[in-house]
Structures are given as structure tokens and as C-alpha cells.
Design a binder for this molecule. Sequence first.
Ligand SMILES: C[S@@+](CC[C@H](N)C(=O)[O-])C[C@H]1O[C@@H](n2cnc3c(N)ncnc32)[C@H](O)[C@@H]1O
Length: 225
Amino acid sequence: MELSHVVPWGRSFREYRKMFCLTDSDLKKSILGCGDGPASFNSGLTSMGGAVISADPVYAFSAIQLQARIAEVYAEIIPKMEATQSQYIWESIPSVDALGQVRMDAMLRFLTDYEQGRQQGRYVECSLPELPFNNKQFDLALCSHYLFLYSSQVSLVQHLDSVFELLRVAREVRIYPLVTLDGSPSPYLQKVTTALKQQGADVQLLSSAYVFQKGATHTLVIREQ
Ligand SMILES: C[S@@+](CC[C@H](N)C(=O)[O-])C[C@H]1O[C@@H](n2cnc3c(N)ncnc32)[C@H](O)[C@@H]1O
């Protein structure tokens, strides 16, 4: 992976809590954040005493490299968000400027925590569909804004392999959102849920408390029965 191909854009602990409907009891579980990138979920949960490991290919880079790339990408993404404003619901985040502030606050919090977290093994460089973790190492695996969202870039086979890999390492998996970048339902959702059910998994759609991208109303919850 080349740094120039990395597009760091991270959400906050508060946003993760809403996206994944995380209860106080969920936050006491052993959690994997897969594809966390520069989100501040790990930093936020760690500061509360939680047990969390984030997994992402961008953890190949140093804080200085990621910080420089965040600055470049920020200047590119904000005009794109201005141009696609109609695809979002501007309620809890009222404007593009406010969005920029929320994202930058989250990424700065990540950067502040990152080098120490890497040394502590809380940020692990790896890529789906192969994770370097033991079977059922985690109670809960979360995957925000990677699977389903990038259905044009990530194939059905990669989706299937990734979801089964997440279920290998965690007792429960939650994925959000279930729509693609343009807000349309992912063409893979039905096929993935059918495959999971055929393997005996319990699959549910949970109404998400997070409101931002239009159409992104549900979280996929998968448990082995
Ligand atoms: C749009 S960002 C979302 C970051 C974070 N989850 C959030 O919601 O703020 C997508 C993330 O998926 C990561 N990613 C890309 N390919 C991946 C793979 N094969 N396995 C795991 N993560 C991957 C990217 O590096 C990036 O950090």
C-alpha cells in the first residue's frame, strides 16, 4: 500500500457508539475495530478502560506520515462533501464545516494515541480477509464504513471471505453501513446474509441510532448460533 493511495477519514467514539448501538455492557466486551483507520474509537474506549484492538492496513505508516496525508486529503474531501451535500442528513452534524471539525477532532485524537497504541498492540497492521487473531479472540468485531460501502471496489468473494473471517475471530460481528457510497443498498447484502444463514449464523438487521448518510439506516448483526 502506498501512502498516496491512503484516504484517511475517521469517525469519533460517539459516532461509533451510535452506528453500532453500543450499550454500556457492550463497551465492557473485548472489541475488534476492523478497518478503523484514523477513527478515535480505540482512543476513546481505551481512555474509559475498555479492551479494544484496531486492525487496518494504514497502520503500516507512522503518525507523522498519516498526519501529513490527513492534511492533504482533508483539503480534497471537504469540496467533495459540499458537492454531494444532498446525500446526507444535516441534523446532528449541521453543516459541512461542522463535519470537517468533527472528523478532524477525531483524527487528531487518533494521532495523539496512535504511536503509544501501536506499541501496546492496540493498532495492528493487517487486511481483511485475513486477520492475525485467534479463533474467538474477541467478543465483538465492528466494521465501520468499509464492507458494503465499497461494493464497487471490494468484490462479493472478498465480502464473503471477510465476513466469515470476522466471525472466526469474534463471537459477534456488527457492520455499518449497508449501503454503497451513493446511498443505494449494497448489491451484496442479500447474498452475504444468505451465505451466513446457510452456515447456521444468526443474522439480524438492527435499526441504527446514527443518522447521517441517507439510506444508511441499519446495522448488520451476526452471531454464531
Ligand atoms: C472510510 S475508512 C473508515 C474508517 C473508520 N472505520 C471510520 O468509520 O471512521 C475505510 C477504512 O478501511 C480500511 N481498509 C481498506 N482495506 C481494508 C482491508 N482489506 N481490511 C481492513 N481494512 C481495510 C482503510 O484503510 C480505511 O481506514
